[in-house]
Ligand binder design. Structure first.
Ligand SMILES: Cc1ncc(C[n+]2csc(CCOP(=O)(O)OP(=O)(O)O)c2C)c(N)n1
Ligand SMILES: CC(=O)[C@@H](O)[C@H](O)COP(=O)(O)O
Ligand SMILES: [Mg+2]
Length: 616
């Protein structure tokens, strides 16, 4: 039995002495490594916040106080300490523990999270509610230095700093986003880190005034003067200029000091920012050495600290990486842009070869897209590589700063479709709707990596105006070729229409239908805007029945547009639209989620079979 096994309440955690707390932190680190090695997940960030999370749970009552994790990928220790330790076996699995905060799991998770830079906004909303309702709980936002590169954080701090609300922002500064943090704020933080005298002068002053008779009074009277000296000597931090009281920097692995500081800021009656310095990956050598690799990782060997190499098939992102790298050599006007996802998108190769043409803008998707507009207007060819889910942040910029001028910007929309373990905050299931709603946008949907390479080259070198190429997380399915024509399989009883890698399920469904005596024609659309309605209409005139399968929410889906266009052309007959409906899809392995949504081969075959029971 470990010490960790005995911590079943906040009272038990609060009763531990210093030595026991050190032991507990070691055990939590071992627990994290062993469990994430089995399930995969976000390891390095969690290893970095072990002491910080323990201190937070001791100083605050997270069942009553509101603790908001920014992004939320670093909430594992909080989950372990708030009654969910045993569920880590099921981390990120279908029906299991979520990898991000989830109010439905625990009262100690006050909000969902997954996208960066929103915690201070949410925290301020809660703090204002507390004031309006005359309550007295604490509100704490825990935000990383990477999340601090997102514009939303500044909007919130601008408002919060002036609000005079009691609000605590903890800045967990490890110098890292997924890769090393970028930009002016990263430099500002680095500067503060090298000037710890800033906090020391305050502490020394407090100690001296505490010793003299009437010291408390002296402290209060001379506080302003001291602040003035401090500013003269050390300058001010950005946070103070925004209206926050700044505390720090404090060593985030010194549990005693952390607790002391947390208790100090807990008593403040206005917005405060506590600057905590941590090491990403702390305590596990492979993660300390390669925090970016262990940021989000699949299952790995905890002894060797490596992911199994065998079975690592090339992914769509790998193909994007190779293709854009090769295009960079061919066309000097190509610029690549990432919003803090250099490795995930595969732009690292391009960045290594053409550093002057590759821009990591931080977690700033809106800025990335508007900047691409500027680049395109002045004659460059920007390729903006952003995950589908994060591009949601830049919808207005797509409209105003790219499409309205018809600018040639290529959007490499990675992680389109269901992504698996990250779950509802990360599935790329809205872009079919939002991209197609942008006037002038062309949307290509490769179904294999070979098609991705070909389409990307065409989008960059031959097409004009805004073009999105959307492709999924992971590898090819059975379909690996390049379709010269939309019709992949001829049939006479029903037309099955799809696009992207869902074609693999649809082709398998056609086979199942064949075994049941139904002849299905399979059409794969290379583009979902513009739509090739004529080909679908011709096929449906032949078969008389239609099923459209897509990995997208139902509002704004391709099936609905096809249906309307077919009806307008006078093409009728029984139709079934198979999609994700009007809901959020949970976390789990993609095949399980396909089954949940009725998009696996068997469910599709069943649906098509039902349609075929109707008269054409
Ligand atoms: C809007 C948005 N863009 C991109 C991401 C992908 N992302 C997740 S964590 C992360 C880095 C966050 O860095 P930081 O906040 O410093 O936390 P750390 O991992 O260092 O603990 C990024 C870029 C995201 N979650 N949300
Ligand atoms: C927390 C977060 O938003 C990212 O770390 C994300 O989980 C990365 O996803 P991939 O593993 O698909 O790159
Ligand atoms: Mg960080």
């Amino acid at each position: 039995m470990t010490l960790l096994d005995t911590i079943n309440s906040r009272e038990a955690l609060c009763a531990l002495n210093d030595a026991q707390l050190r032991q507990l932190c070691d055990e939590i680190r071992q627990f994290l490594v062993l469990n994430v090695a089995r399930t995969g997940g976000h390891l390095a960030s969690n290893l970095g916040v072990v002491e910080l999370s323990v201190a937070l749970e001791r100083v605050f009552d997270t069942s009553r106080d509101r603790l908001l994790f920014d992004v939320g990928h670093q909430s594992y220790v909080h989950k372990i300490l708030t009654g969910r330790r045993d569920e880590f076996r099921t981390l990120r699995m279908f029906g299991g523990l979520a990898g991000f905060p989830k109010p439905s799991e625990s009262v100690t998770d006050p909000f969902v999270a997954g996208h960066a830079s929103s915690s201070v906004s949410t925290a301020l909303g809660m703090a204002r509610t507390r004031t309006l309702q005359h309550e007295d709980y604490h509100v704490v936002a825990l935000m990383g230095d990477g999340a601090m590169t997102g514009g939303l954080a500044y909007e919130a701090m601008n408002d919060a700093g002036e609000s005079s609300e009691q609000l605590i922002v903890i800045l967990n500064d490890n110098g890292m986003s997924i890769t090393p943090n970028v930009g002016g704020i990263a430099q500002h933080l680095a500067l503060i880190r090298t000037r710890p005298g800033y906090y020391r002068i305050k502490k020394a002053y407090r100690a001296v005034t505490a010793k003299v008779p009437g010291g408390k009074c002296l402290y209060r009277l001379t506080h302003r003067l001291k602040e003035h000296w401090k500013r003269m000597l050390f300058g001010t931090t950005f946070f103070e200029e925004m209206g926050f009281e700044y505390y720090g920097p404090v060593d985030g692995h010194d549990l005693k000091r952390l607790e002391y500081m947390l208790r100090l800021v807990k008593d403040r009656r206005h917005p405060v920012l506590l600057h905590v310095i941590t090491q990403k990956g702390k305590g596990y050598a492979p993660a300390e050495e390669n925090p970016d690799v262990f940021h989000g990782i699949g299952h790995f060997d905890p002894e060797k600290g490596m992911e199994p190499r065998c079975g690592h098939l090339p992914t769509f992102s790998d193909t994007f990486s190779e293709t854009i790298d090769a295009l960079g050599a061919q066309e000097p006007r190509i610029c690549a842009i990432t919003a803090a996802m250099l490795r995930g998108t595969g732009l690292d190769a391009f960045a290594a070869h053409y550093p002057e043409r590759c821009f990591d803008v931080g977690i700033a998707e809106g800025h990335a897209v508007s900047m691409a507009g500027g680049l395109a207007k002045q004659g460059m060819i920007p390729v903006v590589a952003i995950y589908s889910t994060f591009l949601q942040r830049a919808y207005d910029m797509l409209l105003q700063d790219v499409a309205m001028l018809g600018l040639h910007v290529v959007f490499a929309v990675d992680r389109a479709g269901l992504v698996g373990g990250d779950g509802e905050t990360h599935h790329g299931v809205f872009d079919v709707n939002y991209l197609r709603s942008v006037p002038g946008m062309q949307v290509l949907c490769p179904a294999s990596q070979a098609e991705l390479g070909q389409m990307l080259r065409r989008a960059v070198l031959e097409m004009t105006g805004p073009v999105a190429v959307r492709y999924p997380r992971g590898c090819d399915g059975a379909f690996t070729g390049i379709a010269e024509q939309p019709c992949l399989r001829e049939g006479s009883d029903i037309t099955l229409v799809t696009y992207g890698t869902l074609v693999n399920e649809v082709l398998a469904a056609a086979k199942l239908l064949e075994a049941r005596g139904i002849s299905a024609e399979v059409l794969k659309l290379p583009s979902i805007k513009p739509l090739d309605v004529r080909t679908v209409a011709a096929s449906m005139r032949k078969t008389g029945r239609l099923l459209v399968a897509e990995e997208a929410v139902c509002i704004g889906c391709v099936g609905k547009e096809l249906l309307a266009s077919l009806r307008a052309r006078g093409v009728g007959g029984p139709v079934r639209l198979c999609n994700l409906g009007d809901r959020f899809i949970p976390h789990g392995a993609v095949p399980e989620l396909y089954r949940l949504a009725g998009l696996d081969a068997k469910s599709l075959a069943d649906a098509a079979w039902e349609v075929c029971q109707n008269e054409a």
